[in-house]
Design a binder for this molecule. Structure first.
Ligand code: BTN
Length: 255
């Protein structure tokens, strides 16, 4: 643990950011939302008593095994309607992080990170808008690094350790994330969306082929992914040839 904290201090110096380490917090996102942080600063915790996931779910992570942290991003030029690009950049940064350790991951729309059909990382992005501008984004990230066993109630969790049968140095994983995230963020802040769109689509889970989807409470149907719109909406092509746009929570992959 002390090696980990020493390595975090080195990362702070390399990236000129603050990395606030906590043994236990409610949720790193809650702390990171306070107005005291600068662009790139990180709040990291070994355990969260009220870790938050998507759709009002809890995020569970065994103490000291994983990376649970929130990074504060402060765009200068991103408008509200482009806010999904921050999610795309974060998802791509995680795919690149895992690739640096030879783990091939994909992005399950909108921003879960999968290895095969199992979830290795979740992200919870909370944005602050001022008028039509995105002023701050708190990207909460839970990467399953060294966890061996998971809550049986979880659908399909996996960790880097389970995937590759070896342990990882968490500071090195965080370092790869920092290396990846700032250039991707800069592309977004400079409005270079084409590059982000291309990479996001290329790394999308179930990008090719026909798969089963379901609308909440609806009859499952087969469709292929046509595209993801700048708004973040998923466009599916159904077997009858028609297309339909879905916002987050309006459709789910059937696994
Ligand atoms: C999900 O897939 O449901 C999103 C999970 C996000 C978990 C991370 S862990 C660090 C940060 N703090 C939280 O309370 N949640 C995010």
């Amino acid at each position: 643990m002390s090696n980990f904290r020493e390595a975090l201090i080195e990362l702070e110096e390399t990236y000129t950011i603050v990395i606030e380490w906590h043994k236990e917090v409610t949720s790193t996102n809650d702390l990171a939302k306070r107005g005291i942080y600068s662009h790139g600063d990180i709040v990291l915790a070994e355990s969260q008593t009220a870790g938050r996931g998507q759709r009002g779910n809890r995020w569970s992570s065994s103490e000291g095994d994983n990376l649970t942290f929130s990074i504060v991003l402060k765009p200068n030029h991103v408008v509200a309607e482009s806010q999904f690009y921050i999610s795309k950049a974060i998802a791509l940064a995680i795919v690149k992080t895992l690739a640096a350790f030879d783990i091939r991951a994909t992005i399950k729309w909108p921003n879960d990170i999968y290895v095969g059909d199992r979830k290795i990382c979740g992200t919870l992005i909370e944005n602050d808008l001022m008028g039509t501008n995105l002023t701050k984004s708190v990207a909460g990230i839970g990467i399953n690094v060294n966890q061996r066993e998971f809550d049986p109630a979880l659908l399909n969790p996996v960790s880097m350790r389970v995937v590759s049968k070896r342990g990882y140095n968490r500071a090195q994983v965080l370092e790869q994330f920092l290396k990846a995230v700032f250039p991707l963020f800069n592309l977004v802040d400079n409005g270079e969306f084409g590059a982000i769109d291309e990479e996001y689509f290329a790394n999308l889970y179930r990008r090719n082929g026909v798969y089963r989807f379901a609308e909440p409470g609806g009859v499952p149907f087969d469709a292929s992914i046509e595209q993801v719109l700048p708004s973040g909406a998923l466009v599916l092509r159904k077997s009858d040839g028609t297309t339909k746009q879905y916002l987050f929570k309006e459709v789910a992959f059937v696994l």
